[in-house]
Design a binder for this molecule. Sequence first.
Ligand SMILES: Cc1ncc(COP(=O)(O)O)c(C=O)c1O
Length: 387
Amino acid sequence: MIQPSQRLNQLDEGVFQELALEKRKLLASGKDVIDLSVGSPDLPPPPHAMKALVDNASAETSYGYTITGLPEFNQAVAQFYARYGVVLDAEREVLQLQGSQDGLAHLALALVNPGDTVLLPDPGYPIYEGSVRLSGGIPYPIPIDAETLHPNFDLVPKDVLERAKLMILNYPSNPTAAIATVEMFEQIISVARQYDIFIAHDFAYSELIFDNQPAISILSLPGAKEVAVEFNSLSKTFNMAGCRIGYLVGNAEVIGHLRKLKSHIDFGIFLPIQRAAIAALTTEWDGLAPQRAEYMRRRDALCSALSRHGWQIRKPSATMFVWAQTPGGQTSYSFALDLIRHAGVAVTPGSAFGPNGEHHIRMAIVHAPEVLEEAADRIGAYLAIHA
Ligand SMILES: Cc1ncc(COP(=O)(O)O)c(C=O)c1O
């Protein structure tokens, strides 16, 4: 039998597979599971984006290879980024991606040599570590301060900072839902300059920030384009996760490196999807504010209901995730397994996001408030017996 590569063997699949299997078993036995484990938006895309998709899908000329992104897509991204106070050169500073995941999975292959150190948030979205491992790089988890949820560089040894080549960050954060501040980005850029570390910032939740707090693109800071690129996506802002379209913006040289790598890997995105994305990015949509309000209602419904059951949870300021410490100090995996088995609620164990995620779970608020209250009641009933 052919064996997988050592590279592949470094990737983990345990946790998600086992939980998915558990869910399948429960559903097959007629039980009902409220799934809070996956951050796939349940809300509709903008109508003009769906119309552009349908109109273009019925044209015979839409079905060839697109090879690269349409220039209009890059211009649409540049237009959209004006909202963050960032001016982009549409040709050189924008690269279309098959979802930000595509870029996150491949950026390290374009930049990192075997043995290079890459700083990552811990807890952090799993592909950051996966991509570094696939490239042969050495991931170094940056401890995230438990209170501010920002990186604590004082805890990173100087020799690690000296040899680090790349740093990946994510605000608003999945899984912690922390948001960035200008001061934090200033500090990160100053560390990056001092130690010559390039920054890749994942801004996938840029439009899911609550309570009128500002969405800060790292590229809006002076000189940031010299040291940073930023990933963004149509998946969460416009509920187009299944379309697989996103982009990378910022430093033209790094964009060029990823563009070169991608020219060997894929032949572009289906034209109607590109047209739908252009429509989404360039049309003023009055759905964004109600969408934020809906996520806030969901957040409040879940957190308040859990609090009534005695589980106090910090309300997230952003994203579609509630990040919570497991009650009673249970490990995140055994608690998640108990919740799916005994409460019929699927959540993601925090350990899936790195060692610092241990003793936490992540709940995706991808259901209506009433469903989330039902999930909280089920969890409450479980806690009343087991806690
Ligand atoms: C932080 C973060 N970055 C990137 C992605 C990937 O999104 P997409 O590839 O759909 O743009 C996700 C998806 O959940 C995410 O949570």
